[in-house]
Design a protein around this ligand. Structure first.
Ligand code: IPE
Ligand code: IPE
Ligand code: MG
Length: 243
């Protein structure tokens, strides 16, 4: 039994998390920024495991945005190092848990070692049928939509797609998340209330929850409280609530 009750029958199918607050956490604890990011990775482990245990279909995590390259080089290097470490240390367990990994974002612009590790993780877990774990790295929602437009234009030029065939389903099929349900629940920690270019298309009808906690302090109880809050919302999709 979990400390915070939620209804296991009505889980969000797809949860998105903007893991924010590592910098403030480091500052609060008088630690170097890299240690804040490391602590953030620790929080991540529990959330991934639990999502798989309770039966969430898809979990999308914002790890590094297209805008995060603007940060000081030392911080970017630390983040890239942690990324590699995370994949090296977790991949066996994630695979054993039948989790399928997908990277959202442009891998080609990452350093070669990281690119290789990410590609390997995707290929190795491809046959898995459990939790769809999407990790957004060098990801931006606008870049994703621009890429979809470019890919459709290419297909049109090649005679594979007619302009009249470009509808919402076609756009969806050209996103990284093709075939996955939209984000039902979007969580952003640290009290910030913005999307920062995360899954713009997929969050069109997401329910947003903004816990105050900084990401490294975010616990399973906090996660379940977010799920419970999601379950208390009335989703109308522009229609009328059923009587
Ligand atoms: C989120 O934590 C992690 C990344 C962006 C990689 P931040 O580093 O943005 O933490 P704050 O917002 O400075 O506290
Ligand atoms: C968004 O957080 C990106 C990630 C959590 C990876 P940021 O901290 O980069 O976003 P802003 O700058 O506060 O909008
Ligand atoms: Mg931040």
């Amino acid at each position: 039994m979990y400390a915070v009750p939620f209804d296991p029958q009505h889980l969000p199918r797809h949860v998105g998390i903007i893991m924010d607050g590592n910098g403030r956490w480091a500052k609060k604890n008088k630690l170097k920024i890299a240690l804040g990011h490391r602590a953030g990775t620790e929080a991540l482990r529990g959330i991934i495991r639990n999502s798989s245990d309770i039966g969430i279909q898809a979990l999308s995590l914002y790890a590094f945005s297209t805008e995060n390259w603007q940060r000081p080089k030392a911080e970017v290097d630390a983040l890239m190092g942690l990324l590699l470490e995370f994949f090296q240390s977790e991949i066996d367990e994630l695979n054993e848990r039948n989790i399928r990994i997908l990277i959202l974002g442009e891998k080609d612009e990452l350093p070669p070692e990281q690119r290789l590790a990410l590609n390997r993780a995707e290929i190795r877990t491809f046959p898995n049928t459990g939790l769809r774990l999407n990790i957004a790295i060098n990801y931006g929602g606008r870049a994703e939509l621009t890429r979809a437009a470019r890919r459709m234009a290419r297909e049109a030029v090649d005679g594979l797609l007619l302009p009249e065939e470009i509808n919402e389903a076609a756009v969806e099929n050209h996103l990284y998340t093709a075939g996955m349900p939209d984000v039902d629940l979007l969580i952003r920690t640290s009290g910030e209330m913005r999307l920062s270019n995360f899954m713009l298309w997929q969050c069109a009808y997401a329910e947003f929850v903004f816990p105050q906690k900084l990401w490294p302090d975010f616990t399973l109880e906090d996660y379940h409280a977010c799920i419970a809050q999601y379950q208390s919302r009335s989703r109308r999709w522009g229609g009328r609530e059923a009587e």
